[in-house]
Design a protein around this ligand. Structure first.
Ligand code: C2E
Ligand code: CA
Ligand code: CA
Length: 740
């Protein structure tokens, strides 16, 4: 035995290369042999030896059966020195079979030892039991044993590392697969923190930060420099960072290393912290900071990179999903909810209400004019500043949305605000580009008493929208609360509109003429052409009922052109008829881009003096745009006589009268109705007549119903009148019969 003791150790690897680090680590070597002497010799021969930096730990069994028990308890055994013949002649081979097939120890190296010098196990045996080496017992010298063991242990450790990384790879793939399913960035980031702990066997604290905007990718996603990073997930130690911008959280090692990582765009592994850098295909950047020493031996760097890559892809998914989600529920210009987001969040607000939910739709008046004159970009600035005011005034009470272009919605629980207050508040001046700007708004309001009805937000929105529409027609600049009758009105409107379309085709519409008379002489001096509609079921429908509806639908143009054509026709066919005939042209027709060409078309069909046709337009039609005024001038140039209808009923501005090529002013009926009542109305009328005479304009007074009115008007030097006192509108046949 002394033989073993004096063997010179030649192999370098006997020297411990890494003694300090792995002092406590052992390679387990099992000796399974029924000869106690072999146990002793082996231990002795290898005492004090270190292989790959580790000492050897011997575990022993005296039979195949004991060997099986022993290895069951030591699955981390690196090498088995296995005697073939023990309790039976093949006990060693049976144990080899157990090790591989039952205990499933794939990595352990089996060195078969046999007593018979000439015996060499058959090839088939070696393959079947995955025997790694065999030796005769004569070869139990220190150096031979050492060489076999060193080879076996190296193989074992390589196999372990390979299997570990296989397992690691499997874990990374599994971890990434489960992360891929996450739709919210927050849940995803939390998942990553958990998975890192699981993968690296840690119970570490950490935080996850992600940039707000991507640096590249679909152009529409880019809306600013990519320098805002938000903490989207934290473990308890970092909880007070959660939701904050990275640059706003308290400075510390974690924040420093996160910034460093983002700057370097690479993982940083330091003593106490490890920080992983993530970059997604669209250029979102993330950083995961783990407060723990990181032992990369368990998982090599390549796997870490693979993990980061997979996590980046998952982050892209989650970010993109969130972005889509945001686009679906938020308005990108103002950051407010859009209609969907508003509807989605309404139930949350409804829960806060004890009595009542109020919905206000706020429409900025003349916003298109702002854009037309000051540009689209300025319009956006106005919307952004207006949004800030809304947020300041209402966000703490409820939710705010931008429904579309210049239309906003507020949903407020149990609020004191009434639509008039909202109008007042929203009409206060605010700053845009260092300039103070004041907007007019119109508000449509609807309420839901949640004590008696469940919130139906779509219905409430519809009601508020109807109220807004009514407000814009009658209460622009103020507002309107929804009333149930509006909806009936709307239904009736739609019915009329449908019937009007067919009515036009079926020629249910026809023209009548109301004479204008000289009050002093009593004779007819012209006619106003007025449209009539004989509905097959409902009978006569007043133009006051269908003209405004036609104005909203586009049918107004057909009606106006029909009346114009008919008037030409009547004059052409009946040259004896008293002229001029005045034709009403609606505000929308005057704006219509084909208006003048259509009028010219009608003119070429006829052949007579155009001055015999007077065109009546209202003030409302003219204050709207330059286009209307241009068309008015074109009409004048074509030779038509121009009449301003309903003067005094709208937003009268004398400067318009001076600017426009008007020939006749028609004073609105309401003035005439009121002159009997008080001297003030009379004084106003007198003033108006005076101005018209000074401007050398002819005056027609509408709605004269009584002789008293006629007398008063005549005393003010008014002469031409139109009114029931003289004639109601007549059919063409009546006019021609009477030969008026
Ligand atoms: P308008 O242009 O101011 O027409 C005068 C309206 O006053 C006519 O009502 C006429 O019948 C009515 N009227 C005349 N004298 C008196 C009176 O002494 N007392 C009262 N209470 N009413 C009087 P109508 O025909 O019902 O038309 C109403 C409105 O419908 C018109 O007001 C006009 O704005 C519109 N309209 C009528 N026909 C047409 C048309 O062919 N084209 C367009 N665009 N609008 C039309
Ligand atoms: Ca008229
Ligand atoms: Ca009128």
């Amino acid at each position: 035995m002394s033989d073993f003791m004096i063997q010179i150790i030649e192999d370098d690897e006997i020297t411990d290369l890494d003694a300090d680090q792995n002092n406590d680590l052992y390679w387990k070597v099992a000796i399974v042999d029924d000869d106690q002497g072999v146990h002793d010799v082996t231990r002795l021969a290898l005492s004090g030896v270190k292989i790959l930096g580790r000492k050897l730990e011997f575990i022993c069994a005296m039979s195949g059966k004991e060997g099986a028990d022993l290895l069951t308890n030591h699955p981390d055994c690196a090498v088995v020195l296995l005697d073939v013949v023990m309790e039976t002649s093949d006990a060693g081979l049976l144990l080899a079979d157990t090790i591989r097939n039952q205990l499933k120890m794939e990595n352990v190296q089996i060195i078969l030892r046999t007593g018979q010098p000439g015996y060499c196990p058959e090839e088939e045996v070696i393959t079947r039991y995955e025997i790694n080496d065999y030796k005769t017992k004569n070869e139990l010298t220190r150096d031979k044993l050492f060489t076999s063991l060193a080879t076996a242990i190296r193989s074992y450790s390589q196999l372990v590392a390979l299997n570990e990384s296989k397992k690691g790879l499997r874990n990374v793939i599994q971890a990434s697969a489960s992360l891929m399913k996450e739709r919210s960035v927050h849940a995803f980031a939390n998942g990553v923190l958990q998975q890192i702990n699981a993968l690296f066997n840690l119970s570490a604290q950490g935080m996850f930060c992600v940039s707000q905007t991507p640096s590249k990718g679909p152009a529409e996603l880019i809306d600013g420099p990519n320098n805002h990073y938000f903490v989207v997930a934290t473990s308890p130690q970092f909880n007070n960072f959660y939701g904050k911008e990275l640059q706003d959280v308290q400075r510390g090692q974690a924040v420093t290393i996160a910034n460093k990582t983002l700057h370097k765009k690479d993982n940083i592994i330091e003593k106490e912290f490890c920080s992983l850098y993530l970059s997604t295909p669209s250029g979102w950047e993330g950083v995961v900071v783990i407060n723990s020493p990181f032992n990369l031996t368990d998982l090599d760097e390549e796997l870490l990179k693979l993990f980061c890559f997979n996590v980046s892809l998952g982050l892209e998914n989650a970010k993109f999903f969130t972005h889509l989600n945001d686009a679906a529920f938020f308005d990108s210009l103002t950051g407010l909810y859009n209609r969907n987001g508003f509807i989605e969040n309404a139930p949350r607000i409804a829960k806060l209400a004890k009595r009542n939910l109020s919905l206000f739709i706020v429409d900025i008046d003349y916003f298109h004019e702002i854009i037309e004159s000051l540009g689209f970009e300025f319009g956006n600035l106005v919307l952004a500043s207006f949004t800030s005011s809304l947020n300041r005034d209402f966000l703490s009470d409820g939710i705010i949305a931008r429904l579309h272009s210049d239309v906003f919605a507020l949903l407020l629980p149990d609020t004191q605000w009434l639509y008039r207050d909202i109008t007042k508040q929203c009409s206060k001046p605010f700053m845009v580009n260092n300039n103070s700007l004041r907007l007019g708004v119109t508000v449509g309001a609807a309420n839901c008493d949640i004590r008696v009805e469940k919130l139906d937000i779509e219905l409430l929105l519809r009601h508020a929208e109807i109220a807004l529409k009514v407000a814009k027609e009658h209460q622009r600049g103020v507002g309107q609360l929804f009333e149930a009758k509006f909806e009936d009105d709307k239904r009736a409107h739609l019915d009329i509109l449908a019937d009007l379309r067919t009515g036009l085709v079926k020629q249910e519409l026809f023209m009548v003429l109301q004479p204008k008379v000289s009050m002093s002489r009593g004779d007819v001096v012209g006619y106003e052409a007025l449209i009539r509609w004989e509905h097959p079921v409902k009978g006569m429908i007043s133009p006051n009922a269908f003209i405004p509806i036609a104005e909203q639908s586009g049918l107004y143009f057909d009606i106006d052109m029909y009346v114009l054509r008919k008037s030409f026709e009547v004059i052409e066919k009946n040259p004896q008829i008293c002229k001029p005939i005045s034709v009403n042209i609606s505000a929308n027709s005057l704006h219509h881009c084909d208006f003048i060409s259509e009028v010219k078309q009608i003119m070429t069909e006829k052949n007579f003096n155009i001055e015999q046709i007077e065109i009546e337009v209202t003030e409302n039609a003219l204050v709207r745009s330059d286009m209307a005024i241009k068309h008015l001038r074109d009409l004048k140039a074509l030779g038509f006589v121009l009449c301003l209808d309903d003067f005094g009923a709208g937003y009268s501005s004398l400067s318009y009268l001076l600017k426009l090529p008007l020939d006749v002013i028609k004073i609105d009926r309401t003035f005439v109705t009121h002159i009997e009542k008080g001297t003030k109305a009379l004084a106003v009328l007198e003033g108006m007549l005076q101005i018209c005479q000074n401007l050398d304009m002819r005056v027609v007074v509408e709605g004269v119903e009584t002789q008293e009115q006629a007398d008063l008007l005549m005393s003010l030097n008014a002469d031409i009148a139109q009114g029931f006192l003289y004639y109601k509108p007549l059919t063409i046949a009546q006019v021609l019969d009477d030969a008026l």
